[in-house]
Design a protein around this ligand. Structure first.
Ligand code: GRF
Length: 199
C-alpha cells in the first residue's frame, strides 16, 4: 500500500475524488497527509473533516528554495512515496523534484502540451479548439511538462462559457486522477523516454 501525500492550494475537489476512491478500496494507497501553502484553503478544512493529518506551510513571501525544503522535509517525515498535486498552484524546484523521482503527479485541465499554465479552459475556448480535456502527468521542474500518464477528452460546445466548460472538465478530472493514481499504486506504469507504458 503506497503512502500518498496531497498538496493543494484551493477547494480540493480533486483531493476529495482521490480520497473517495481510496476509501472505496479502488486505489492501493493510503493518504498520509494533506498540505496547503494557503492558510484557510477550503480543501484543507475538508481534509481535517475527513480525519487526515494536515499541515499548512505558507508560501507567501518565502524564497522558493526555503519553502520547498520545508515541504520536502514534511513529506519525508510522513514517509511519503507518492505526491499528488491537486490544485497546488506552485512550480516545484529541482530540489523538490529530485527528492521524489518519478513520484510526483499533477492534473492539468487541458490536453497537454496544448494550453499549459493558468486558465487552461479559457485558453482552449479563446483559441477555438473543438476538443480539450485533462491530463494527469508526472511533474518535473518545467511547468505542466512531465511524462503524460493519462488523458481524457472533453468536447467544447458552441454555447460553452469558461464556467460550463470547467464544470464538465472537472467531472472528467475526477475520473482521470483516481484512475491514474490506481495505476501508479499498482506499479503498472513504466516510463520509456517520455512515454508511460503499461506493464
Ligand atoms: C483543477 O482544475 C486542476 O486541474 C487544476 O486546478 C484545479 C484544482 O481544482 N490543476 P480542485 O482544487 O481540485 O477543485
Amino acid at each position: 500500500m503506497k503512502k500518498i501525500a496531497i498538496l493543494l492550494s484551493g477547494r480540493g475537489s480533486n483531493f476529495m475524488a482521490l480520497s473517495d476512491h481510496i476509501q472505496a478500496g479502488r486505489i492501493d494507497g493510503k493518504i498520509v497527509g494533506v498540505l496547503s501553502n494557503i492558510p484557510g484553503a477550503a480543501g484543507l478544512a475538508e481534509a481535517e473533516r475527513r480525519g487526515y493529518f494536515t499541515r499548512t506551510i505558507p508560501s507567501l513571501g518565502r524564497k522558493r528554495h526555503d519553502f520547498d525544503r520545508e515541504v520536502v522535509e514534511w513529506l519525508q517525515g510522513q514517509q511519503t512515496e507518492i505526491v499528488c498535486l491537486a490544485g497546488f498552484m506552485r512550480l516545484l524546484s529541482p530540489l523538490f523534484v529530485e527528492a521524489f523521482p518519478n513520484s510526483i503527479l499533477n492534473i492539468h485541465p487541458s490536453l497537454l502540451p496544448a494550453f499549459p499554465g493558468l486558465h487552461a479552459q479559457r485558453q482552449a475556448l479563446e483559441w477555438g479548439a473543438r476538443i480539450t480535456g485533462c491530463t494527469v502527468h508526472f511533474v518535473d521542474e518545467k511547468l505542466d511538462h512531465g511524462p503524460i500518464i493519462l488523458q481524457k477528452s472533453v468536447p467544447i460546445l458552441d454555447d460553452d462559457t469558461e464556467e460550463s466548460l470547467s464544470r464538465r472538465m472537472l467531472e472528467q478530472e475526477h475520473l482521470a486522477y483516481p484512475e491514474a493514481l490506481a495505476e501508479i499504486c499498482a506499479d503498472r506504469i513504466r516510463i520509456q523516454n517520455r512515454r508511460c507504458l503499461r506493464v
